[in-house]
Design a protein around this ligand. Structure first.
Ligand code: L14
Length: 339
């Protein structure tokens, strides 16, 4: 079997480390693994399949001979280096929002639009969608295929790990401070996150929505390849370390019952239905953390409209929301294109 030279850009971040773990866990055919990061990470190393690999400084020359680049070092790094890698014929799978809405860049969730991977040839860049969008479309695509979704109203409950390790440390240290009567220090988020909910993720835009909310609106239409789906979102940061939860309300063209949705989703790829209220069974962030699937529960008909469904969707934002989805894209790439 052919093996590939793979680079992870932003290797020392939460997502970068998860990418390295995921490559190992899924036995991705790696010939050589390059770990790239900024100068700040020099001297660090990671283990991959029992071998220690030192982190190298990312430069314009880093991509010679590299066939696949998994990028998760922030939007400005991707804007600068993804095109450089692309020119060197390294296929970039980019986890930032930099290229997601570029019409020459496919935006892929393997359970939803795997065929779009083939469009990588235009820029040699494939975009990995936003974490909250990925888990939502994994749960909604099977429903859209049978009943056509007209409108989505989603509210998210997003964990701090999406922001990075500084945010994980901030939640931890704020909880410690509050439990020991010390003053709370606010650095990463605009307000205290411990024991609080912030209706503010990424920056505010002219229309009053946040950028995170508009990513869910625009990316959903692009991934589902249906601009007619109306989407409105409220994205909220909650004091949870790992995994995002979402309240998802949909209106469909054709009637679909809660039982039909449960049945459909129990057979859907990447989805586990956990839905038995009598047994207090529903998906929880603490259970989804560290797992690959998207978990769906609280499936019920929206009694305020004729064709409506409510559900609760939970997934690990560092796995399906980032590293796993990126590696699954790479798996399609080598299976169908870089043979
Ligand atoms: O990839 O949780 O568009 O703060 C950027 C913000 C991912 C989540 C993206 C967060 C998001 C992140």
């Amino acid at each position: 079997m052919r093996k590939y030279v793979v680079a992870v850009v932003g290797a020392t971040g939460l997502v970068g480390k998860e990418m390295v773990n995921t490559l190992e866990e899924r036995n991705f055919p790696v010939k050589e693994l390059k770990l790239l990061a900024s100068e700040r990470s020099i001297g660090k190393e990671l283990t991959y399949k029992g071998k220690t690999i030192p982190v190298e400084v990312l430069t314009e020359d880093s991509f010679k001979g590299v066939e696949i680049g998994l990028f998760s070092a922030g939007g400005s790094i991707s804007e600068k280096f993804a095109p450089v890698a692309g020119t060197a014929k390294c296929v970039v799978i980019d986890n930032t929002s930099a290229f997601r809405m570029d019409p020459d860049v496919p935006l892929v969730v393997p359970e939803v639009n795997p065929h779009a991977v083939g469009q990588y040839t235009k820029r040699y860049i494939i975009a990995n969608p936003n974490c909250s969008t990925i888990q939502m479309v994994v749960a909604l695509k099977p429903i859209h295929d049978v009943a056509r979704i007209k409108r989505i109203v989603v509210s998210t409950y997003q964990s701090v790990s999406g922001t990075g390790k500084e945010a994980v440390e901030e939640l931890e240290s704020q909880v410690r401070a509050l439990m020991s009567g010390k003053p709370v220090e606010v650095k990463v988020y605009p307000h205290q996150i411990a024991f609080n909910c912030l209706p503010h993720i990424d920056v505010f835009l002219e229309n009053g929505y946040t950028k995170e909310e508009m990513k869910m609106v625009n990316e959903t239409k692009k991934i589902m390849e249906d601009p007619s789906i109306e989407v409105t979102a409220t994205t909220v940061r909650v004091p949870v370390f790992f995994a995002h939860s979402e309240s998802v309300n949909i209106e469909t063209e054709k009637k679909i019952t809660a039982a039909e949705v449960r049945d459909l989703l129990s057979r859907a790829p990447g989805v586990t239905v956990m839905d038995d209220p009598k047994k207090r069974l529903y998906p929880l962030a603490v259970h989804a953390a560290g797992k690959d699937d998207t978990f769906v529960g609280r499936i019920r008909e929206d009694e305020s409209i004729t064709n409506g469904i409510n559900m609760w969707v939970v997934s690990d934002n560092l796995r399906k929301g980032a590293a796993l989805n990126a590696v699954q894209i790479a798996e399609i790439l080598i299976r169908d294109f870089l043979k």
